[in-house]
Design a protein around this ligand. Structure first.
Ligand code: ADP
Ligand code: ADP
Length: 220
């Protein structure tokens, strides 16, 4: 059972309704795009799904449960959020090892994900010195660490070179083809058209439309 479900999800920051009565379901087997301009509420929605923030009202569920009540959260859902924010003197290996150990994931998996994202060669280098592209790869490694069935990527192509961009698009498609649920957030329709099959469009925190990419490209 691999699904994200939002039920009247709402988040208010002072006067700002960052997420406004948002309800939709993300299913496995294809990449679902989460499209909207900057400030539309995409990152906030992902933070609410991950329990990093509490909703004002409504619910965000992963596999039918709130993030806080998942027994092994990183085995059920992995996320790349704000990858550029990672800093400090820890090595990439140490960074992932700490995440693994606090989430009951064996250390062998750390070497595996480093290889998967192409960071094996710099595993001993400090993450603070990483380029944005390397930080994106490290964020993807953290998301994949628990081998979760549900994955969320917030603006993943930011800072990647053309090879990196092609790599991550292929990675998202193959994760979906394996039967995982993949939510890709971006403010670029061009990004969606290349990777996603279904799109959820948001604006000012509200659901604007849900459609397949084929329907959207036929219409516009
Ligand atoms: P997106 O990811 O689509 O660019 P965000 O979820 O980052 O949108 O932001 C949605 C709205 O909520 C914006 O108006 C933003 O300024 C506001 N917002 C997000 N986080 C906070 C916060 N911690 N405090 C106050 N306002 C916030
Ligand atoms: P902080 O830096 O504030 O301690 P963390 O980065 O440790 O926050 O993450 C807070 C929560 O988010 C934890 O419950 C952790 O399990 C979860 N988390 C962190 N990274 C990921 C990820 N890549 N995928 C899924 N959950 C994550």
């Amino acid at each position: 059972y691999r699904v994200i479900e939002l039920l009247h999800l709402t988040k208010r920051y002072g006067d700002t309704l960052a997420v406004d009565d948002l309800s939709f379901k993300v299913e496995p087997g294809h990449v679902t795009g989460f499209l909207g301009p900057n400030g539309a509420g995409k990152s906030t929605t992902m933070r609410l799904i991950l329990g990093l923030d509490a909703p004002t009202s409504g619910r965000a569920l992963v596999n039918g449960r709130r993030y806080a009540s998942l027994t092994k959260p990183m085995r059920e859902v992995g996320a790349l959020l704000d990858a550029g924010a990672v800093h400090g003197g820890r090595s990439a290996y140490h960074h992932l090892l700490c995440l693994a150990l606090t989430n009951d994931i064996g250390p062998a998996r750390v070497a595996e994900v480093l290889e998967l994202v192409g960071l094996s060669g710099v595993a001993r280098k400090r993450v603070g010195g990483f380029s944005l592209g390397m930080k994106q790869r490290l964020g993807i490694a953290s998301a994949l660490l628990g081998d979760p069935g549900v994955l969320m990527f917030d603006e993943p192509v930011n800072g990647l070179d053309p090879d990196g961009v092609r790599w991550i698009r292929g990675l998202m498609r193959s994760l979906a083809a394996e039967g995982r649920t993949v939510l890709l957030s971006s403010h670029l329709m061009s990004e969606m058209a290349l990777t996603a099959e279904c799109i959820v469009i948001v604006g000012r925190g509200k659901l604007v439309a849900e459609a397949t990419v084929a329907e959207l490209t036929a219409r516009y």
